[in-house]
Design a protein. Structure first.
Length: 285
């Protein structure tokens, strides 16, 4: 697993919350990574050029950069973290993804970006995650300390295993637990398959196999805690309830970027991203 060297954090100068900045500084400090802090001024897409009679937009990026730098200095005391601060003008999603790729970032850190509901995901934040080919950390909560209790839902596939290894590498002091909720087949009583097995037996076998896979993976990853949970035929709800009940501060999930935007929509990863009350790290493989 490669070392975390470059982090890009999207910070809103005008926001009263400094959670993204605090979390980014914390992670960069712990990993001795260089932190690039960017504020993006999004210009109205309907604004017209001056020769069409539209009002010309003038943005003092240097003044904004000074304001951002002042904010960073408040939290980066003694210059513990190497930082580069800059301001860009354009589409928030497109500009941020372009800059993160240009800087060869290992992680992109953003806020949930919504005023409607606590821990919910705003439109821009959701688009960023879906369109990114980089690992994205979505900060939803108040930052007080480093992550201590991490939960990693797993399907035992490669992308899930890599996401857990990434979390182990970046958050070495945190306790990481795994959870799996097997897909069960809904059936009517006394329904049998052609093989002679009942649906109930098939579901029991699926759960037993999942427990064996969990035991094997725990050993492979040198982790202590992992659980296979019942789901009453609703995997997504079962996982969300389990995450909520465990008082975790970070949920780690992985997905395959080469399958594109559609691979995340409607998936378990997407549901966790949008509805989990914890911060969420989406590891892209």
């Amino acid at each position: 697993m490669k070392k975390l060297k470059r982090i890009v954090a999207a910070v809103d100068i005008y926001s009263k919350s400094n959670n993204v900045l605090k979390r980014a500084l914390m992670i960069a400090r712990d990993n001795k990574a260089h932190l690039y802090i960017v504020h993006i001024v999004e210009t109205p897409w309907l604004s017209l050029p001056d020769y069409f009679g539209g009002e010309e937009i003038s943005i003092d990026t240097k003044a904004l950069q000074k304001k951002l730098l002042k904010k960073v200095k408040v939290f980066n005391r003694n210059n513990e973290v190497q930082c580069t601060v800059f301001v860009k003008v354009g589409s928030v999603v497109d500009t941020l993804l372009y800059e993160a790729n240009l800087l060869k970032s290992d992680m992109l850190i953003i806020g949930a970006n919504t005023k409607k509901q606590n821990n919910a995901l705003g439109t821009s934040a959701e688009k960023l995650v879906y369109q990114s080919n980089l690992t994205v950390l979505v900060v939803k909560n108040t930052v007080k300390k480093s992550y201590k209790k991490i939960i990693a839902p797993t399907d035992f596939q490669v992308q899930s295993i890599r996401s857990i290894n990434f979390a182990k590498n970046v958050f070495p002091k945190a306790s990481i637990s795994m959870v799996h909720s097997p897909e069960m087949i809904y059936y009517m009583e006394d329904t049998y398959m052609l093989t002679g097995y009942s649906m109930s037996q098939l579901n029991d076998n699926t759960k037993e196999n999942a427990k064996k896979s969990m035991k094997t993976l725990l050993k492979e990853l040198s982790l202590q805690k992992g659980k296979v949970i019942d789901n009453d035929f609703d995997t997504k709800k079962a996982l969300l309830d389990y995450i909520k009940s465990g008082a975790y501060d970070l949920t780690v999930v992985g997905y395959k970027n080469f399958e594109g935007f559609a691979s995340l929509l409607g998936s378990v990863s997407s549901t966790i991203l949008r509805k989990a009350k914890t911060d969420v790290l989406i590891y892209v493989t």
